[in-house]
Design a protein around this ligand. Structure first.
Ligand SMILES: [Zn+2]
Ligand SMILES: [Zn+2]
Length: 179
C-alpha cells in the first residue's frame, strides 16, 4: 500500500475544480519505476518518462488526454542486435468519480475510478506504450537474421556463405519453391 501511494503514476488532481469544462495541464518527468513493454522491447527501469496531459472535468469524472514519451531498448527479433526505439504515443482515459461507479457495470475491466483526488494513470500509460511498439521488433525491416547453422548475422557474412555438411535429406528440396 505504501509503495503504491508513492507511485509516480498516481496524479493528484486537487487543483482541478470539479465543474464540467474546467481544465488543467500537467507535465510529469520521472524515471521508470519498473520496466514497461514487451519481452523484446521495453522502457528500462530508470529510463526517463515524460508525460504531458490535460485533465478535464466532465459530468461523470475527469477525462485525461495526453502524450507519453520515452526511449525503449531491446533486441532485434531476427538477429538479436541491440535496438533503441523512441516512444511517442497519445493516450486518453476517463476516470469516474467513485460515487458514479455504482451506475456502471462493475465487471468492466476498462473502468477507471478516481481515488479521492488521485487518478492512477499507470495502466493507461502501459497500454499506450505497448500499443506504440511493433509486435516483432527488428533492427531494420530488411534484417535477414542469423544463419540457422552457425548463428552468425547474415549481414556480417560473405554473400557466398554456406555450410558443407548440408543434411542430405534436404538436398532434394534445394530447388523446391512454395507455390
Ligand atoms: Zn536484426
Ligand atoms: Zn552459417
Amino acid at each position: 500500500m505504501n509503495s503504491k501511494a508513492q507511485s509516480p503514476f498516481r496524479i493528484n488532481l486537487h487543483e482541478l475544480p470539479r465543474r464540467a469544462g474546467e481544465m488543467r495541464e500537467y507535465d510529469l518527468n520521472f524515471p521508470a519505476p519498473e520496466p514497461i513493454g514487451i519481452p523484446l522491447l521495453e522502457i528500462r527501469r530508470d529510463e526517463p518518462i515524460e508525460i504531458h496531459f490535460r485533465a478535464e472535468s466532465v459530468d461523470d469524472g475527469v477525462l485525461i488526454t495526453g502524450e507519453v514519451q520515452s526511449l525503449a531498448s531491446g533486441e532485434c527479433g531476427r538477429c538479436l542486435a541491440a535496438i533503441d526505439q523512441e516512444i511517442v504515443q497519445k493516450f486518453q482515459e476517463l476516470f469516474l468519480y467513485e460515487s458514479r461507479a455504482s451506475d456502471k457495470n462493475e465487471d468492466d475491466d476498462e473502468l477507471f475510478l478516481l481515488d479521492g483526488d488521485v487518478a492512477d494513470i499507470e495502466t493507461a500509460i502501459r497500454d499506450a506504450v505497448i500499443l506504440s511498439m511493433p509486435i516483432n521488433p527488428v533492427c531494420s525491416q530488411d534484417c535477414e537474421g542469423l544463419c540457422s547453422t552457425c548463428g552468425e548475422k547474415w549481414r556480417d557474412l560473405p554473400d557466398d556463405h554456406s555450410h558443407e555438411d548440408v543434411d542430405p535429406r534436404w538436398t532434394g528440396l534445394a530447388g523446391w519453391k512454395p507455390e
